[in-house]
Structures are given as C-alpha cells and as structure tokens.
Design a protein around this ligand. Structure first.
Ligand code: ZN
Ligand code: FE
Length: 251
C-alpha cells in the first residue's frame, strides 16, 4: 500500500506534511514549526505520530519540536545543531521509514544545514525552504553558486517527482518569474492555474519537478530567453542563477 500524505497549513504561509504508512500505522511529520498545528493534523487524520523529520534550524520549522516530541514520544531525525534531534543525519545518508527508504539530500543556500527528505519509492521529496513553486529560498547563510549546486541536486531527480515545499509563496514567486521569463508560455499557463487555486483558498503545493523545470526561473539559468532578458548571454549558469536571486531580493 502506498504512503499517504496530509499537508496542513500553519503560521501565515507555512506548510507541514504528515507521511503515513497505512500498513504498520507509522506516521512522520515534516517539520514542527507549530505544535498545535501538528496535533490538529493528527486529530484530523486519526494518525499517531512516530517520527519527526526536520529540514533546517529556522524557528518556523522547529518551534514546536520540543512539545511535539514530549507529547508523542516521536523519534526526531534532522541536521546537526537542532535541539531535540535523536538521529543526526547528513546529505547522502539513508534511513528506513515504514519499509520505504528515505534519502537525505543536502541543499545548502537558504541555511547551511538544509536537508531535503526524498522517498524514491513514493516519488516524493520534501524541499523545505530550498525549492518553492516557481521560486527558491532566500540566501540567508549561503551564496548563489552554493544554492545553484543544491538546485542541481534536485533537478537530477526523476521529472515526475512530487515536491512538497514549506511555504505558500507561489503568487509572489509567479509575479517575479514572469518578470525574468516573460515569453514562457508554460509559465503563463501555470500562473493562471495557481491564481485560480489561490482565489479558491486552495494550496498550490505540492508541485512536481517537470512543472518546475518548465516554469521556475531558478531551475532555468541556462535558458536562452532568460539570459537574453538579463543581458547575460555568455555568463555561467551559476552567475545567471545568482543574478536571478539578486533580482528577486529587490523585486
Ligand atoms: Zn527557513
Ligand atoms: Fe521557512
């Protein structure tokens, strides 16, 4: 039986996700920025928490960790330096969850400790604040070339991979994407689609890699039209990526 996923919103724009195995009843939660939101999601699904996976140290992903852990006794897996983590993991590590293998992908840039949790069997990855729908995380601790290297790790996953990211930043990301890639018809179609979802109050997350490869400017620094738009025809991909990120900061 396939894993089941339940995404829930918290704070002004965060998403957490419950990952549930219906066979043995195990449930993991990706990030715990708000304990009461986690408990509400557990009550809603009727699932009981066995595991907690932490993507990075920022408060909106960890503030609820201690309370969730003490009330559920869950086992916490995450990067070094986060209080309450039982199993410190790093990029390239794998662990087993409910019979599925989970691979850790280190994607520094937004923070240096950022880990993405990839479940190949479920064709699903949790990208934290690295890759967003049509966007990417701000560079708080890393630089452009570092984040571009992280993006390339995600771009190497199968195109059908489902991507859960940790924020609903999509409409702002979309407006920026159009500004650097105005002639992209796949992007224009996606903008209409996500606007319709937001008009109904629905999440635009998850997305999938094929869609992001076609529409997300942060995955497209080698695109001729984007390079022409930026006047960077002969620059490296890392340079173009860094310029796109710089422009987004000022958008
Ligand atoms: Zn963050
Ligand atoms: Fe965040």
């Amino acid at each position: 039986m396939p894993l089941q996923f339940h995404q829930f919103a918290y704070n002004s724009d965060n998403y957490g996700v419950l990952v549930h195995d219906p066979v043995n009843g195990k449930t993991a939660c990706v990030d715990a920025g708000d304990a009461s939101a986690v408990f509400e999601a557990l009550q809603h699904t009727g699932w009981s928490l066995s595991d907690l996976w932490v993507t990075h140290h920022h408060w909106d992903h960890t503030d609820g960790l201690a309370e969730v852990k003490s009330k559920t006794g869950c086992h916490v897996t995450g990067p070094e330096g986060v209080n309450g983590v039982d199993d410190v993991v790093k990029g390239g590590d794998t662990f087993e969850f409910a019979g599925s293998s989970v691979e850790l992908i280190h994607t520094p840039g937004h923070t240096l400790d950022m880990l993405n949790f990839y479940i190949p069997e479920a064709q699903t990855v949790f990208t934290g604040d690295t890759l967003f729908v049509m966007g990417c995380g701000r560079l708080f601790e890393g630089d452009g070339p570092m984040m571009w290297a992280s993006m390339q790790k995600l771009m190497a996953l199968p195109p059908e991979t489902v991507i859960y990211c940790a924020h609903e930043y999509t409409l702002a990301s979309a407006a920026f994407a159009v500004s650097v890639d105005p002639g992209n018809t796949a992007l224009q179609t996606q903008v209409v689609r996500v606007q319709a979802l937001r008009d109904k109050g629905l999440p635009t997350v998850p997305t999938d890699l094929a869609t992001e490869l076609a529409t997300n400017p942060f995955l497209r620094p080698n695109d001729k039209a984007i390079r022409a738009e930026l006047g960077m025809t002969d620059a490296t991909d890392a340079e173009v990526f860094t310029e796109i990120r710089r422009r987004k900061d000022q958008f």
